[in-house]
Design a binder for this molecule. Structure first.
Ligand code: NAP
Length: 364
C-alpha cells in the first residue's frame, strides 16, 4: 500500500470550499465500465482514484498496477475499513448494488452506484435509510440524466411549446456479443429491461414531470430465463403514453420521440453512452394548421428548431454533479426517491411481461 497525500474530506457539504477539496475514491470491482469513470476522474481536479477491490487479490493487484492505484484489496469487505477513502464507485452486477451500497454507507463512504440502483423498492428503502443514518450521498450512476440535453428536453416540455404531451417513444436496442455476460444471468439481475430499459424509464421520469400509473409489456425470454428483448407501455395520469423497446438481440438502434398536440421533439442520441457523441434535439412545432375542409393530413406551417450538443461525455457530467453533492452539499437533481420510482416501474413492467396482465404501479 502506498501513502496517499491529500486532505481528509469529512463532514460532507460543510466545506464550502469548492475546488479545494479532493475526493479520494475506491473502485468496487474490476468491471469494464470502470474505464469510463477512471477517464472522467483523471480529468477532474476534485477527485482521484486511490484503490480498487476485487474478489481476487491477484486481479486487484494487476488492475491497480495498470491504472497506477496505490491500494489493492483482495475482497470488497477489506475496503470497508480503509480510512483513506471518501467515496466508492460500485460497478458490481445488479444484484449486489444494494448490499454493498449499504455496507459502504455504513462505513462512512459516499457511494456512486451503477444503474439500475437496485432490483426492488425494498432494497432502495434500505439504501435511503443507510444514506440518511450515515449522512452520506448515495447516487445512482445513470449518467445520461446528467447530460444538459435531458434538462433541455424537460424545460421544453414544461414550457408548453409542444402542448399537452400525448406520446413518448424510446428505443434502446443492441446486440450483445458475449454469451457469458452478467446480463444473461437472472441471479445477477440480468435482462434487457434492467440493463437498458432502465435508461428509457429514467429518461421519461426526468423529462415528463409525472410518474406512470399503469404498465403493460411483452418480452422475448432467453434460455437462461432473462428477457432478451422487451417492449413496454406506460400510462400517465395526464393521459400520456410512453412506448419503448429494450433489446440485447437486435441491431443497434437508439431514439426518443416526444409528441404533443402542437409539436414533436426528436432526440437522435437520447442515452449518450458513447463518449464524444454529437447529439441533436430537434423540435417541430405546428405554427399554423391547415383550415377546415381538409382531412387534417397536411402538415401546415412547421417551425423547426435544433439544438446541437457535444462532443459529450456524460461520465464527466455525472462526476461533476456527484462532486458538487459531496463537496458543496448540492442536492441531487435525481435523488434516491426518483430511483425508487423507477425501480417500481421496472418491477411492474417485468411482472406484466411475465403474466400478460396490465399492472397498476404502486405509488411511492
Ligand atoms: N453507466 C453505463 O454506461 C454502464 C455501462 C455498462 C454497465 N453498467 C453497469 O455497470 C455494472 C457492471 O457492468 P459491466 O458490464 O461493466 O460488468 P462486468 O465487466 O461483467 O464486471 C462486473 C464485475 O463485478 C464483479 N463481480 C462480483 N460478483 C460477480 C459475479 N458473480 N459475476 C461476475 N462478476 C462479478 C467482478 O469484479 P471482480 O472479479 O474484480 O470482483 C466483475 O469484474 C452493471 O450494474 C451495469 O448495469 C453501466
Amino acid at each position: 500500500m502506498g501513502a496517499v497525500g491529500s486532505q481528509t474530506l469529512a463532514d460532507p457539504g460543510s466545506l464550502g470550499m469548492e475546488g479545494a477539496a479532493m475526493l479520494r475514491w475506491g473502485l468496487v470491482s474490476t468491471a469494464r465500465i470502470n474505464d469510463r469513470l477512471l477517464d472522467a476522474v483523471a480529468r477532474s481536479e476534485r477527485s482521484q482514484f486511490i484503490a480498487v477491490a476485487s474478489r481476487d487479490g491477484q486481479r486487484a493487484r494487476a488492475y491497480a498496477d495498470r491504472w497506477e492505484l496505490p491500494i489493492a484489496f483482495g475482497s470488497y469487505a477489506e475496503m470497508l475499513e480503509c480510512d483513506e477513502l471518501d467515496a466508492v464507485y460500485i460497478s458490481l452486477p445488479n444484484d449486489q448494488h444494494a448490499e454493498w451500497s449499504v455496507r459502504f454507507a455504513d462505513a462512512g463512504k459516499h457511494v456512486l452506484c451503477e444503474k439500475p440502483l437496485a432490483l426492488s423498492t425494498a432494497e432502495v428503502d434500505e439504501m435511503m435509510a443507510a444514506a440518511a443514518r450515515n449522512s452520506v450521498v448515495i447516487q445512482e450512476a445513470l449518467a445520461t440524466r446528467f447530460h444538459p440535453q435531458t434538462a433541455r428536453v424537460a424545460g421544453l416540455i414544461a414550457g408548453g411549446t409542444l402542448g399537452r404531451v400525448i406520446f413518448g417513444e424510446g428505443v434502446f436496442d443492441f446486440t450483445m456479443p458475449n454469451t457469458t455476460d452478467i446480463r444473461l444471468d437472472p441471479e445477477l439481475g440480468g435482462g434487457a429491461m434492467w440493463d437498458v430499459g432502465c435508461y428509457v424509464v429514467a429518461f421519461y421520469q426526468a423529462v415528463l414531470g409525472e410518474d406512470p400509473v399503469r404498465a403493460s409489456a411483452h418480452a422475448v425470454w432467453g434460455p437462461t430465463g432473462v428477457d432478451l428483448a422487451f417492449a413496454g407501455s406506460l400510462s400517465y395520469p395526464s393521459g400520456a403514453c410512453v412506448q419503448f423497446t429494450a433489446s440485447m438481440i437486435t441491431p443497434v438502434a437508439r431514439l426518443a420521440r416526444i409528441v404533443g398536440e402542437q409539436g414533436t421533439l426528436i432526440l437522435d442520441q437520447p442515452w449518450l453512452t458513447n463518449i464524444g457523441a454529437l447529439t441533436t434535439v430537434q423540435q417541430e412545432v405546428v405554427r399554423q394548421s391547415m383550415g377546415e375542409g381538409t382531412f387534417g393530413d397536411e402538415p401546415g406551417t412547421i417551425e423547426r428548431t435544433a439544438w446541437d450538443h457535444g462532443p459529450s461525455d456524460v461520465y464527466i457530467d455525472q462526476l461533476t454533479a456527484f462532486e458538487d453533492m459531496v463537496i458543496s452539499g448540492v442536492s441531487s437533481p435525481y435523488p434516491l426517491r426518483d430511483s425508487r420510482t423507477n425501480v417500481a416501474v421496472i418491477t411492474a413492467l417485468l411482472h406484466s411481461a411475465r403474466t400478460g396482465e396490465q399492472v397498476t404501479i404502486p405509488r411511492s
